[in-house]
Design a protein around this ligand. Sequence first.
Ligand code: IPE
Ligand code: IPE
Ligand code: MG
Length: 624
Amino acid sequence: MSSPAVPATCVYRRSGIHDAALRSGYEACRRATRATGEIEYAVSLLLPPPLRTATWALYGAVRAVDDLADAAGPTGEADPGRAGWLEAWISAFDTDLREGRGSDPVRQALIHTMLTWNLPPGFLHTLFEELRQDVHGRQFATWEEWRRYNSLINTPLVLRAGSLLLRAAGLSAEPEAIAVSVPDAAVAWHTAVEALYLTDALVDLSDDLGRGHVALPQEALDEAGVCRTDLLARRATPEFEDLVRHLADRARTWLDHASLPPVLHPAVGIALGAYTDLYRLRLKAAADAPAALLHRRPALPRGARLRLLLPARAKAALAWGLFPFPIQPCPPELAPAETPEGPDEPEETRSQAARRPPALPPPPHPSGARPPRLPAEAMPRHVAIVMDGNGRWATARGLPRPDGHRQGAEALVDVVHGALEIGLKHLTLYAFSTENWKRPADELQALMYEIPQVVLRLVDEELDVRVRWAGTRSRLPADVIGTLLQAERATHDRTGLTLTMCVNYGGRAEITAAAARLAQEAVAGRADPGSVSEHAFARYLYVPELPDVDLLVRTGGDQRTSNFLPWQATYAEMLFLETPWPAVDRRTLWDAMEQYARRTRRYGSVPRIPAQTASLRGQEAPTR
Ligand code: IPE
Ligand code: IPE
Ligand code: MG
């Protein structure tokens, strides 16, 4: 861990941020954090470089954009100039995020952090809502309204920031999952967040008044006998001073009752402890001089601040030194390499491919079974499998469900070997659906471990397998994304079997994302809405080159597709097997392909060609 005094350039280097333009965006965010978030900046210095830069980007970007919006138009009640400027910035951000670029340094830093830490896009909109509220002003009639606003806007923001820290502590669980499985922690976090925002409402009073706003509930003013017009005129009254002391007390009580969430990494605990202690200091500064709040933000008393921060810095440095930062952030691929082969391929990639050893053949099945010989015209080109039944397989054996996923990984490897042996060109496997996030945290953890592990194992086997990933980044841990992208890169020149792993995949999400991208292209004038064909549309799917599915197999006994490949499988032959996935091996795949070979496909026409091969005909009646 670097000492807190290391220069920013060194912090960027240690965070893997090398690009000069990107650094300038992070620098703007850092300056904005230092200028407007005294506590956040101080606490960021207790974190290791990758988390420090993420804190600057998240906190600083909001403040930097807010400053820019201030400069863009005169301030005032719902100023249309500021509001319009802000909406334009947000919409440019959405476009940049979709296209994986940053057309402005601050946007680029924020996008880089979002992608590096795999923060879901919904989180951004929480951030943006903060900015919008700054423009329009926050008015609350009652405490209940104030609380509702906090739970919708502020708490998710803090929870997400907390999840960054939890990742640093070695946990990659989602904050929502933690909130569900540890309800006490969720309540404690809510209370803590309310304490922070009540404190901020007090210390930001002077800035808010400058914009004609008061961010405290009217109910609180009425109860204390404080008149809004006095406040707007910045007139200090005894009632106002009492109100400040009373609210400061209330916030302190909330803070004292909100015990810190359990953390695995001692340094994370030190940072969180320093954060709340600095807020206590801030509350004291506000309560000590209430009238001054009408004119300026209270500064933290320097001596007390240092007495708190110096030991925290020493302890944090020691803790990071003893237990180094365990998580490697996954910097985004802002411009992913497209078609690997071809004249545009970079020199470095070509030479890497040339240096690579030739692919190895798959190991044979232990039983010595060999693949059936299918006539070329009866071979499916693309088999897609819903690998279902892991949980039931384990439960039936008195084992925990994660054991089913572990055994399922063994089945997956054997089926890939069998696909290579029989000469299949495309195998697509449904490993994790966008709906699977509804599962318990321990099962999610097991899946998020098994999936990257099995992918790495296949890559390490040096088979003639090209790995592709179909799915969305949203909610997926950064290390899982990193492994999938790395597997794609490492195998992009393999030509035998294309193995598409559907991880965090949802068919409707895929089609919706494609439609959104196409609409963007049309708005930008790069696509003609009048000539959108099915073929043109398919270019926007996750893996545009994925051919239509010929055979869709589902194991585990259920007969549904569960949001799997709705676009690609419209004419697939369906095969539902009772066997649970962990009990499957390559022979199941070969059987399924033989069954496929006996079917007659008509694509809406009359069956001119009867069954597909004479040799196989008669063994099973055509199904359609
Ligand atoms: C498939 O097995 C694996 C995933 C969906 C991730 P399941 O875990 O769905 O197993 P069952 O259907 O509960 O038996
Ligand atoms: C489908 O299985 C998804 C995967 C195999 C990855 P599920 O077990 O999630 O499907 P449902 O819930 O039974 O439809
Ligand atoms: Mg299932």
